[in-house]
Write a protein that binds this ligand. Structure first.
Ligand SMILES: Nc1ncnc2c1ncn2[C@@H]1O[C@H](COP(=O)(O)OP(=O)(O)OP(=O)(O)O)[C@@H](O)[C@H]1O
Ligand SMILES: [Mg+2]
Length: 394
């Protein structure tokens, strides 16, 4: 029997990092952003806009900022303004401002040896580079709350003070801060907060019909014709609404359902595929969370996944995982991190709800920490992490 064709035409259109040309139900917000900055394009030397984008998980904050970034850059180029859009996820840089700015600087001075400089110094060098290149920047600080958590008001001052001291010189740096909850700005002191909160764009949770529109766009891009019925789209949207209108959940669910369809050689995505897919997605584990982990955090988690996969045990001790981690590091040509560092990974991963820790008494030896992986299938986790680690290597 010849296998049927895949239901997918182009899976990459369902990738979490894909930025579609059109964002249904975010047109208004996109227009608003364009208006804020279009005005500035006429007076680029006043480029010091500050905007906050906020909204729950999966409401399109990141994709809206990125879509806008591409669009405003091409608009600026048409008008002969040297504008760059830089999108940084603060969590990927551990909420450390100097790492974030270092990254931003590489867009202009890729070989600059910024080791050993403070955030303030790097920003100064950055602004100087902008002056030299007569360039303007819109810097988006995604998952801004991690920066606030790490560095508080000081980071906001660093970001804004320098610009304010540049009297007589053109303003060149605009900021877009992205966060799920405005509450995180409550940790800032009043003046830092008011510096940021000039324009707030709030994205509401998607309703079912809106999710249907978003999904239909993706179906047309990613699937072969007539492989996804209206009912299936409806079912996916319905399920995503109960996940607080999270568009990421909806798209991931659609992708997984397609995977089940292919695995069963079904030729089209049946509702049953969606049901299987939904039971395979666990609320504690999202692909994006894994992607955001550091390299050694991934290696460590991969070690835990392997231990549990091979042993069929429910619990492992930290030293067991540490042993497996040493092997994994060798495999990936990495120098293992210290015990203290691994302990920090355990804490982080359990805060994310991926690992769980508990204390067990070990008779004569007193107490020790046990690690478990309660809610995530190990096979899936191992596969996902290996793919990510390979991608990073490439
Ligand atoms: N209006 C939309 N049209 C098309 N795709 C969308 C839309 N809104 C969100 N998406 C898609 O849904 C997924 C989640 O969106 P996004 O990553 O922007 O959410 P977010 O608000 O940044 O979530 P988080 O708070 O978890 O970071 C992405 O794949 C994105 O492309
Ligand atoms: Mg986001």
């Amino acid at each position: 029997m010849t296998p049927r064709r895949s239901v997918f035409k182009d899976e990459s259109k369902l990738d979490i990092n894909y930025v579609p040309r059109r964002l249904p139900h975010r047109e208004e917000e996109h227009r608003l952003l364009m208006e804020f900055f279009n005005f500035l394009l006429r007076f680029p030397e006043r480029m010091a806009q500050r905007v906050i984008i906020t909204g729950d998980v999966g409401t399109g904050k990141t994709v809206l900022a990125q879509r806008f970034g591409t669009d405003i850059t091409s608009e600026a180029n048409k008008q002969g303004v040297n504008l760059r859009y830089i999108h940084v996820n603060c969590r990927e840089y551990r909420g450390k401002l100097f790492l974030i700015l270092q990254h931003a600087l590489t867009a202009f001075r890729p070989t600059f040896p910024s080791r050993g400089y403070s955030a303030e110094e790097i920003l100064r060098i950055f602004m100087q580079a902008l002056d030299e290149d007569n360039a303007f920047v819109i810097l988006t600080l995604d998952e801004f709350d991690t920066l606030i958590e790490k560095e508080g008001s000081e980071a906001v001052y660093t970001l804004t003070r320098l610009q304010e001291m540049r009297t007589g010189k053109p303003q060149r740096l605009s900021l877009i801060s992205v966060m799920r909850d405005l509450k995180s700005t409550e940790r800032l002191d009043a003046s830092a907060r008011s510096t940021l909160q000039r324009n707030v764009i709030r994205l509401e949770r998607y309703l079912k019909d809106q999710l249907v529109d978003i999904l239909n766009d993706r179906v047309a891009m990613a699937f072969e014709p007539s492989t996804v019925s209206e009912d299936v789209v409806d079912l996916v949207a319905e399920l995503a609404v109960s996940e607080s209108g999270n568009a990421r959940f909806a798209i991931e669910l659609l992708w997984r359902a397609g995977k089940y369809a292919d695995a069963e050689d079904a030729g089209q995505v049946e509702p049953e595929c969606v049901r299987k897919a939904v039971s395979s997605i666990l609320p504690t584990l999202r692909r994006s969370e894994l992607t955001a982990l550091g390299r050694h955090e991934k290696l460590f988690l991969l070690s835990a996944a392997r231990i549990f996969k091979e042993s069929q045990k429910a619990y492992a001790s930290l030293s067991e995982v540490e042993g497996a981690y040493a092997v994994v590091c060798e495999e990936y040509n990495e120098t293992p991190k210290s015990h203290t560092q691994l302990w920090k990974y355990v804490q982080l991963l359990s805060a994310l709800g991926i690992l769980k820790t508990s204390v067990a008494s070990t008779g004569a030896h007193g107490r020790s920490t046990r690690i478990s992986l309660p809610a995530v299938p190990t096979v899936e986790l191992e596969r996902e992490l290996s793919t990510l680690l390979e991608k990073e290597r490439a």
